[in-house]
Write a protein that binds this ligand. Structure first.
Ligand code: AMP
Length: 401
C-alpha cells in the first residue's frame, strides 16, 4: 500500500492545531485543535471531514503536549485514520524560526533538532513549542519521517541589502541579528496561486503579497523569489497588526525604559500584546472595528486609518523595490474578508495602476479571484491562503517514494 497521507501539526505554547490530508488529491480527512494545554479546562475539537461526521468536542484537563497528541491520535483512530496506519507517509511540522540555515523543508534528525534549539534565543515564544510537538510526535511514531517546514525559509532568498539592519556588522553577526521574515509558507503559497490566477508561471510575475491576519506581513516576490518582507528578526516589525505595533522608532523602547521606568519584559508585552489595533482602540477584530466606525466611533476610525496608512506605505515601498508589479494579493483573515481594508489600501494609487472594482471587491468566495477593474495595469486579487496544504505538499514532496 502506498502511503499518501500527511499529518500537519502546528504546535503552539498551549495549543496544537492539526490537519490530516490525503496527497493523492489534497483532500482533507480530518482537522482539529487542542487548546489551553496544561489547564484544567483544556479543549479538543475534532472534525472528521472524511466521514462527513460533525465536530466532536471534549473539555477537561490535558496536562501536556504528549497527552494532547495522544488524545488527537485517539480521535483520529475512531474514524479509522489512526497514526499507526500504514497509509500515513509523514508528519509535517510548522516550525517558526529556521534562521539563515534552513532554506528548504527538512527531514528532522538529531542535528536538525539541535539547530532548531540553537535558534530559541531569536524565537523564544515559538521554537520551544514547535520542538515539543516534534519530540512528542517522534515518540509516538519513531519510524515515520518527521519534516520541518520553516516560516522563514521562503524569505532566505532576500538579498543582503534587504536582510541586514544598518547596525554594526560584528555585533549583528555575533547575535544573529538580521531580518528573517515570517509567514513564509503563506507568502510562498499565495504568490504561486496568484501567478496561477493570472495564467502565468511564478517565474513570470512580480507580486506584492499582503498577509493580513491577526499577525500581518507584506512581501515583495520577484519572479517567484522573495526579495523583501516586512517582518524582521521577530514578527514584531512592519505592518500594524492585531496586537503588535509593527514599525516604531527603536528609541521608543529606550524612552519607555528610562522615562517610563518600564522593564524590558513590560515593553516586550506592550509592543507584542497590547499595541496594534487592540492598543489603539481596544479591539483587534476588524469586524468589530468596522462596526464601531459605522456607529461613528472616533478611536476605531483612527485605529483603522493608522492600519491603512502603514499598509499603503508598504505597498508603495514594495512597488519601488520590484520596479514592475503584476499583482497585489490580499490574504488571511482580514485580507480575505474585509472589503473596506482592500478598498482603502489602494485608494488614490490609480497612477500606479492600482484600483479595485467596487462590485468585485464585495463578492465573497473561497476561490482566488480578481477584484481590479477589467484591463487594469496591475491585477488586485483576493487569494485565500492555505498554510496546511502548503506544509503537507512540501512534506510529501520530500518523503514520497
Ligand atoms: P487570521 O489570523 O488569518 O485567522 O485572521 C484573524 C483576523 O481576521 C481576525 O482577528 C479579524 O480581524 C479578521 N477577520 C476574520 N473574519 C473577518 C471578516 N468577515 N471581516 C473582517 N475581518 C475579519
Amino acid at each position: 500500500m502506498t502511503a499518501t497521507r500527511v499529518l500537519v501539526l502546528n504546535s503552539g505554547s498551549s495549543s496544537v492545531k492539526y490537519q490530516l490530508l490525503d496527497m493523492r488529491d489534497s483532500s482533507r480527512l480530518a482537522n482539529g485543535l487542542v487548546e489551553r494545554i496544561g489547564e484544567q479546562s483544556s479543549r479538543l475539537r475534532h472534525t472528521p471531514l472524511a466521514t462527513g461526521g460533525g465536530s466532536r468536542e471534549w473539555t477537561g484537563p490535558i496536562a501536556d503536549h504528549d497527552a494532547a497528541l495522544k488524545a488527537v491520535a485517539e480521535e483520529l483512530a475512531k474514524d479509522g485514520l489512526g497514526l499507526d496506519s500504514p497509509e500515513l507517509a509523514a508528519i509535517g511540522h510548522r516550525v517558526v524560526h529556521g534562521g539563515k540555515h534552513f532554506t528548504e523543508p527538512t527531514v528532522i534528525d538529531d542535528a536538525v533538532l539541535a539547530e532548531i534549539e540553537r535558534l530559541i534565543p531569536v524565537a523564544p515564544l515559538h521554537n520551544p513549542a514547535n520542538l515539543t510537538g516534534i519530540r512528542t510526535a517522534t515518540a509516538l511514531r519513531p519510524d515515520l519521517p518527521q519534516v520541518a517546514v520553516f516560516d522563514t525559509a521562503f524569505h532566505t532568498t532576500m538579498p543582503e541589502a534587504a536582510a541586514r539592519y544598518a547596525i554594526d556588522v560584528e555585533t549583528a553577526d555575533a547575535h544573529r541579528v538580521r531580518r528573517y521574515g515570517f509567514h513564509g509558507t503563506s507568502h510562498a503559497y499565495v504568490s504561486r496561486a496568484t501567478a496561477k490566477l493570472l495564467g502565468k508561471a511564478p517565474e513570470e510575475v512580480n507580486v506584492i503579497v499582503l498577509h493580513l491576519g491577526n499577525g500581518a506581513s507584506a512581501s515583495a516576490v520577484e519572479k517567484g523569489r522573495c526579495v523583501d518582507t516586512s517582518m524582521g528578526l521577530t514578527p514584531l516589525e512592519g505592518l500594524v497588526m492585531g496586537t503588535r505595533s509593527g514599525d516604531t522608532d527603536p528609541a521608543v523602547i529606550f524612552h519607555l525604559a528610562r522615562v517610563g521606568e518600564m522593564s524590558i519584559d513590560e515593553i516586550d508585552t506592550l509592543l507584542n500584546k497590547k499595541s496594534g489595533l487592540i492598543g489603539l482602540c481596544g479591539d483587534n477584530d476588524m469586524r468589530e472595528i468596522r462596526r464601531r466606525i459605522d456607529e461613528g466611533d472616533e478611536r476605531a476610525k483612527l485605529a483603522f486609518d493608522i492600519y491603512i496608512h502603514r499598509l499603503k506605505k508598504y505597498i508603495g515601498a514594495y512597488y519601488a523595490v520590484l520596479g514592475h508589479v503584476d499583482a497585489v494579493a490580499f490574504t488571511a483573515g482580514v485580507g480575505e474578508n474585509a472589503a473596506p481594508v482592500r478598498e482603502a489600501a489602494v485608494a488614490g494609487l490609480g497612477s500606479l495602476g492600482l484600483a479595485v472594482d467596487d462590485e468585485l471587491n464585495t463578492v465573497r468566495g473561497d476561490e482566488p479571484r480578481l477584484i481590479s477593474p477589467a484591463g487594469a495595469r496591475v491585477a488586485v486579487a483576493v487569494v485565500p491562503t492555505d498554510e496546511e496544504l502548503e506544509i503537507a505538499t512540501q512534506t510529501y514532496a520530500l518523503v514520497k517514494r
